[in-house]
Structure formats: structure tokens, C-alpha cells
Design a protein around this ligand. Structure first.
Ligand code: 5AD
Ligand code: SF4
Length: 460
């Protein structure tokens, strides 16, 4: 079997793709890089907003056409596969196999019987499953520490797609981390729908499980160089997390804390379970322990009933915090969520206009925050060649994307130090430094012909 996977959605989906891919390989499949080469195409879907759902629909349309020309098995997994909406779509487009996010390890059985199988409750096998390590020399990896979510934000489909929260045992987490370390991984991102609630499934403290702050300390002491985590919920955020970040050098001083709205009235309608004031207290706690913390957030613009005054409060809160980065979304009514059922959607033009204003404000803050780092030395993880020849790209501990020219002794992926020379709202440009803070000589930019001439192997 030649299999190809297409992944939409979040890092959790990328992680799940990796798990399923390794299952397929162990079943004897060859993973191929395009639909054209494949006889099994598996789409890992996202259902969080209308847009990713529409993308899947159009892809399924293309695959249905392809099926009329040659035999091909089409599969759907991920969040949309768990919903009635996705199952109806699967029916409409003649999808052959279907698996929900809780039943990834069923892929072999499902394929054998052309089955449609989904389950909300994560099976123990999946829970303790340790995917095979990435190829030797991989610098960055994801590590799932929990699955599902116990909150019921009124706009969000995730509790229906990924079910209630299940925390993974630290032994299993650390065993997986060992395999990553052995592969040379330098940066790990701990994943969960709400990592701050780790160890408190369905509201109850789980015996034998540390708190999230203590888990950070455990992971940070393993010898891994950089640890990040996502995503956090302000309701479950504790000051101890900021303290763990401060007292554990491996934990990057970067925190993504979704605020969603700056208006208490909207937060209540979203059932976010915190107020603007409580949110700001968390930010104060973070700044107290980590004065240089890089802050990022998610905002939903145009939630049903959001007035101009509510929106103004989001802008004010944004200014009060001064986020380095932000993901801003227009509210998308998802069938089956309480806000879709009970509230009326605002006009699209109004939502778009508000988003435009917020994006403009975010650009100003990102510019200001990034500009403040010009001249500073930053530890950068460079994952490989940038689009521009002769440059490497990667990101800082604070998750800023960064581009640097290759230098002598630093011409391939790795972790280096760079001095930031120039910053735009979305990118930083730096120069690589040696261990003494001196600029490394840049590599001469050679034409391919000249490079071939200087390469003794090619000359021979
Ligand atoms: N519409 C728009 N944005 C949403 N998000 C979640 N559900 C919706 C929705 N229905 C956003 C939230 C969340 C991020 C992952 O996606 O901001 O934090
Ligand atoms: Fe990830 Fe949420 Fe999309 Fe599912 S619906 S893939 S959890 S972003």
C-alpha cells in the first residue's frame, strides 16, 4: 500500500498524524509525498471553524473525481470525522474509512474491513502509546501530555470531537521524551487542549499525577534544551506555573494564554469561567516571575452579541498587556455548539471590520515588542534553509520567527546564538555569534557552478 496523509488543524493533529503514519508503516505501507503516487489518502481533519471544514469538503470533492479514474481508498480521521457533520460529508463523498481522534490505533482494523469506526473515549492503548522516535537529528518535536477538554466554552466544538480530558501518566511522558532525546531533539512542545488542568481530570485531582507546574519541572530536568507548551486556559492557570518557568532554565519564557475577549459580558456568554480582572492577574503573576516573558494569545472577534463597547474592551485589554504575538479569529458558528444554538451571528461585514482593527493594533504591538529586541543576543533554533539562498530559518525561545545568513561553522540546522539586527512585526533578522559574542564570518555566497568547483568530491 502507498499511503499519503494530509493534515489540517493544530499541533495536536500533527502529532496524531505522526502516530497514524507510524502505524501505517508498521503495517507495511510506504508513505508517499503526493496524492498522485498514493493508493490510500487519509485526511486528518479539523472542525474548529468553518474554513478548515470547507477545505476538507473541497479536497473530498477532488478525491471523488479521482476515484472515477483509478481505484483509491479515501479515509478521514481527526475532529471532523468525530462529528455528524463529518460523517454526513463522508457519506456524500464516498469516503471509505473513518476513524475518530480517540481510536487512532484502530487504523489497521479499519482498513482491513473498510470500516467506519469512531470512539470518543480515548483507549488506554492510545493513551500509553509511544510513537516511534523521529529520524535521528530532528531538532523539534511535539509530545502529547493529555487529550480532550473538560471545559464547555460555548463557541467550541472540541469537547465534542475530542471528549473529556484524560491526562497521561508522567512515566509514559518521560519514556517518550527519552526516545526524543536519543534522536537528538533539542526542543519539545508539550501538547494538550488545556495543559494547565493536567492532573485534574473531570475536576478531580488524579492520584499519582503531578500538577502541570511540577510536570514542567520534571520534564525540564531531563536534559532537554528547550521546553514549550500549548495551550493554556486562564481558568486553570496557577502562579506556580510561572514559578516553574522561572526556576527551570529549560522552560522557554514564552506563554500562550488565550484571552478570547476583554469584555466580562462576552466572557460570560462564552462560558470562559474567568473575568478580565482575573486574566490580568495571571499576566501580572507571569511578569512578576518572568519579566522578559513573551506573551501570545487567541482572540475571537465578533462573538454573538458583542457590542462596539465590548470590542473596545478587547482593544483596551490588548493595549494593557501588549502582546508580542496573537492569533485573531472571526467568530465562526459551529453547528452543535451552544452559541450556535442559542445566539444569533453578527453580520459578516461587522466582524471583518473589527478583525481589521485588531490586526492593525497587534501589528503595532508586535513591531514595538520585536524592535525592543534589536541588538540583543537570542538563542535560536534553526531548523534548516530559509527560502532565500544562503540563509537559515528558525525561531527564538520566545517563538519569534528568525532568519540569519549562514556563517562559518554554522551553516546547517542547529541551536545557535544570534544577535538581532532588524525586526518587523512578523520576522526577526539576525547575525550568528560565536561563544564569545563575536559575529561569525558569513559564508561567501557562491553560485552553484562556483560551489561545485570548490567541492572536491564533485570536481572528482
Ligand atoms: N470561531 C472562531 N474561533 C474559534 N476558536 C475556537 N472555536 C472558535 C470558533 N467557533 C479559536 C479560539 C481558540 C483557538 C484555537 O481557536 O480562539 O483558542
Ligand atoms: Fe485541533 Fe481543535 Fe482543530 Fe481538533 S478542532 S484539529 S483540536 S484545532
Amino acid at each position: 500500500m502507498k499511503a499519503h496523509m494530509i493534515t489540517y488543524g493544530c499541533q495536536m493533529n500533527e502529532y496524531d498524524t505522526h502516530t497514524v503514519q507510524s502505524q501505517l508503516v508498521s503495517l507495511g505501507a510506504d508513505m508517499v509525498h503526493s496524492v498522485d503516487e498514493a493508493d490510500f489518502v487519509l485526511i486528518n481533519t479539523c472542525a474548529i471553524r468553518g474554513r478548515p471544514v470547507n477545505k476538507v469538503r473541497s479536497l473530498l470533492g477532488d478525491l471523488r473525481k479521482l476515484k472515477t479514474r483509478r481505484p483509491i481508498v479515501v479515509g478521514m480521521m481527526g475532529c471532523l470525522a468525530q462529528l455528524q457533520e463529518g460523517q454526513d460529508m463522508a457519506e456524500e463523498y464516498g469516503v471509505d474509512v473513518l476513524i475518530g481522534p480517540g481510536s487512532l490505533l484502530e487504523i489497521g482494523r479499519v482498513l482491513e474491513n473498510n470500516e467506519k469506526f469512531w470512539a470518543l473515549n480515548f483507549r488506554d492503548e492510545l493513551h500509553d502509546h509511544i510513537p516511534p522516535p523521529p529520524p535521528q537529528g530532528t531538532l523539534q518535536a511535539h509530545l502529547t501530555i493529555m487529550r480532550g477538554c473538560d471545559h464547555h466554552c460555548t463557541y467550541c466544538i472540541v469537547p465534542q470531537t475530542r471528549g473529556p480530558q484524560v491526562s497521561r501518566h508522567p512515566d509514559s511522558i518521560l519514556r517518550e521524551l527519552d526516545t526524543l532525546l536519543a534522536a537528538g531533539v533539542q526542543e519539545v512542545t508539550l501538547l494538550g487542549q488545556n495543559v494547565n488542568a493536567y492532573g485534574f481530570d473531570q475536576g478531580a485531582r488524579m492520584a499519582g499525577l503531578p500538577t502541570f507546574a511540577d510536570l514542567l519541572r520534571l520534564v525540564g530536568r531531563t536534559g532537554i534544551r528547550r521546553v514549550k507548551f500549548t495551550t493554556s486556559h486562564p481558568m486553570n492557570f496557577t502562579e506556580d506555573v510561572a514559578m516553574a518557568m522561572a526556576d527551570t532554565p529549560a522552560i522557554c519564557e514564552f506563554i500562550h494564554l488565550p484571552m478570547q475577549s476583554g469584555s466580562n459580558r462576552v466572557l460570560r456568554r462564552m462560558a470562559r469561567e474567568y473575568t478580565r480582572e482575573q486574566y490580568l492577574q495571571h499576566i501580572a503573576d507571569i511578569r512578576k516571575h518572568l519579566p522578559n516573558a513573551v506573551l501570545s494569545t487567541d482572540v475571537i472577534v465578533g462573538f454573538p452579541g458583542e457590542t462596539e463597547e465590548d470590542f473596545q474592551q478587547t482593544l483596551d485589554l490588548y493595549d494593557e498587556v501588549g502582546y508580542d504575538q496573537a492569533f485573531m479569529f472571526i467568530y465562526s458558528a459551529r453547528p452543535g455548539t451552544p452559541s450556535h444554538k442559542h445566539f444569533e451571528d453578527l453580520p459578516k461585514e461587522l466582524k471583518t471590520e473589527r478583525l481589521g482593527r485588531l490586526v492593525e493594533l497587534q501589528k503595532q504591538w508586535s513591531q514595538r515588542r520585536n524592535a525592543a529586541l534589536v541588538g540583543s543576543a537570542q538563542e535560536v533554533l534553526l531548523r534548516g534553509d530559509a527560502v532565500t539562498e544562503g540563509f537559515l530559518e528558525g525561531h527564538t525561545r520566545g517563538n519569534h520567527p528568525v532568519v540569519v545568513p549562514k556563517a562559518l561553522g554554522a551553516d546547517a540546522a542547529g541551536v545557535y546564538t544570534a544577535r538581532i539586527e532588524h525586526a518587523t512585526p512578523h520576522m526577526m533578522y539576525g547575525k550568528l555569534l560565536d561563544a564569545h559574542g563575536q559575529e561569525l564570518p558569513e559564508l561567501p555566497k557562491l553560485t552553484p557552478e562556483a560551489a561545485a568547483m570548490t567541492n572536491p568530491l564533485q570536481m572528482a
